[in-house]
Design a binder for this molecule. Structure first.
Ligand SMILES: [Cu+2]
Length: 290
């Protein structure tokens, strides 16, 4: 009798222990996943995942969306089988716009490992055109892990920017250029670091950086008598960043037209005009509003 009672008690205990064990097992699995996923993307905005059967290539940006103009982009590759992020990949990318009658690419950087990060890669793309209902951008990312080549490709959304942050123009020799605002991304009242990227449209697919030109600028507020601002400095080529750097003075918030004059490496003016009382703006300009 005692023995039966004991067994009964044991079974009852088991009834409680089993669900408890199950809960413990599940929660330990979840914890493991969190351990594996070293997340280096805090402060970045998730944009999109491009997938193949082996990997998820996750795209992040400092902005909330990709858009026309300069985009600072971060990438990481997740192995879908092991659920881990790849630390030893080399990547290249090719953005292509599919237009009604042609295809073309845009200026872009190489992709490097993000500074101080293990699983994040970084680069930029300058979309000189926004998408529309019939013309879209796609992005191909080719990458190599342990000498094996992989690729992912998908459409990406590139809406128009609120203000003109990139411009395409031709010089008198019919050379086409793309000029884009890199900084300031978040303008402030006062003296801002001014940075511009300049690229030659060599072919529909090749947009090499243009080095050793010079950019004069004259920021104006058209709504306020077209006044300018003090202490601006010209943009000169910086061999480190491979971009044009100077100072942009914004004395107040509102809409600013950044009138530009572009000089080639022989110091000849190749695009843009001086702003005067009778000429209120340059044909080469960018815009800001804050
Ligand atoms: Cu286009």
């Amino acid at each position: 009798m005692l023995c039966i009672l004991f067994n009964y008690k044991k079974m009852k205990t088991l009834k409680y222990i089993l669900p408890l064990l199950t809960i413990l097992f599940i929660s330990s699995c979840v914890n493991n996943d969190n351990d594996i996923e070293l997340d280096e993307t805090t402060n970045l905005n998730f944009i999109k995942t491009l997938s193949n059967s082996n990997h998820e290539v996750q795209i992040f940006s400092t902005k909330k969306y990709l858009e026309q103009g300069y985009n600072n982009i971060y990438l990481r590759i997740k192995d879908v089988e092991t659920n881990t992020f790849i630390k030893t990949a080399s990547l290249t990318w090719k953005p292509v716009m599919h237009m009604m009658n042609k295809m073309h690419s845009c200026p872009k950087s190489t992709i490097k490992r993000a500074e101080g990060k293990q699983t994040l890669y970084n680069g930029y793309i300058i979309f000189q055109m926004a998408e529309n209902t019939t013309e879209k951008w796609d992005l191909t990312i080719d990458y190599t892990i342990d000498n094996v080549d992989y690729t992912v490709k998908d459409f990406i959304s590139v809406p128009q920017a609120a203000k003109k942050n990139v411009t395409v123009f031709m010089d008198t020799n019919n050379t086409k250029y793309v000029l884009a605002l890199i900084n300031p991304q978040e303008p402030k009242v006062g003296l801002n670091d001014f940075k511009i990227g300049l690229y030659k449209m060599e072919t529909m697919m090749s947009f090499p950086m243009v080095e050793n030109y010079m950019i004069k600028h004259d920021p104006r507020m058209p709504s306020m008598g077209n006044h300018t601002s003090p202490n601006n400095t010209d943009l000169t080529f910086d061999s480190g960043s491979k971009m044009y750097e100077g100072k942009l003075s914004l004395t107040m918030t509102g809409y600013w037209k950044l009138n530009l004059m572009l000089y080639n490496n022989a110091n000849q003016l190749i695009k843009g005009e001086k702003v005067t009382d009778t000429n209120t703006s340059s044909s080469l300009f960018l815009e800001l509003e804050f």
